[in-house]
Design a protein around this ligand. Structure first.
Ligand code: FMN
Length: 210
């Protein structure tokens, strides 16, 4: 049975991200552990994946885990340069087909909605040359907070995309809206967005930014 679901997982992802370049921004929420699975499945599907983490994200999951799964250095510092002529907030998103922010915290959504750029991920969102997909995760009251609602609306109105959150069990032991979508749902959303973007072309084949 376990083997069968592995095979199903594989067929759902493998090949479908071939030639794609994805940047994954991980923020500081409990659901960060689920993003390891998303990164692994993207890589299994043929994508080049560069992971960026906020300082708070690193309290929940180590860069080592995501570095190992992505096979690339994890970016945590805003002022690191990829090379002297390539500030990462410009170079990464110009090479990317998609920027996934997962889990997107209330804090990250608030910063992005107001154009704040004081960490690498919010800076990448502001500078993004590619579509941005948020996978929010938070306590139900945080999600339902009118300020969060306004921030989500601002981001949608600005052309950004959302997957979830869903209703269900939350790490704070409440049940309600705010649970991050499962990796499979996030991968399906990425697939759908990439399909709309058109086939991978030699011009956007992954260039290893390490
Ligand atoms: C144990 C714990 C779990 C947390 N989980 C979440 C969460 O799921 N979603 C969220 O929006 N904030 C959560 N927070 C609060 C964020 O970590 C906090 O707002 C942080 O500043 C977010 O930083 P970042 O958005 O730069 O990663 C949590 C805090 C703690 C202490």
């Amino acid at each position: 049975m376990a083997n069968m679901s592995n095979a199903e997982d594989k067929s759902a992802c493998q090949g479908s991200f071939e030639g794609r370049e994805i940047v994954v921004g991980v923020c500081g929420g409990i659901a960060a552990y689920k993003v390891a699975d998303v990164v692994s499945k993207l890589v299994q599907g043929g994508a080049g994946v560069t992971v960026c983490m906020t300082a708070e994200a690193q309290r929940f999951i180590t860069p080592l885990t995501l570095e190992t799964l992505s096979g690339r250095p994890v970016r945590t510092q805003m002022f690191d340069l990829m090379d002297s002529s390539d500030p990462q907030h410009i170079g990464l998103t110009e090479r990317a087909d998609l920027l996934l922010v997962a889990p997107a915290t209330a804090h990250n959504l608030a910063k992005a909605a107001h154009g704040l750029c004081d960490d690498l991920i919010s800076l990448l969102i502001c500078a993004a040359a590619c579509p941005v997909l948020f996978a929010p995760a938070m306590n139900n009251r945080m999600w339902e907070n009118p300020i969060t609602r306004q921030n989500v609306k601002r981001l949608r109105d600005a052309g950004h995309f959302f997957v979830g959150p869903e209703d269900g069990w939350l790490a704070c032991r409440n049940v309600g809206p705010g649970r991050m979508s499962e990796p499979k749902t996030i991968l399906e959303a990425i697939s759908g967005m990439l399909a709309e973007r058109g086939p991978a072309t030699p011009a956007n084949l992954p260039a290893d930014p390490s």
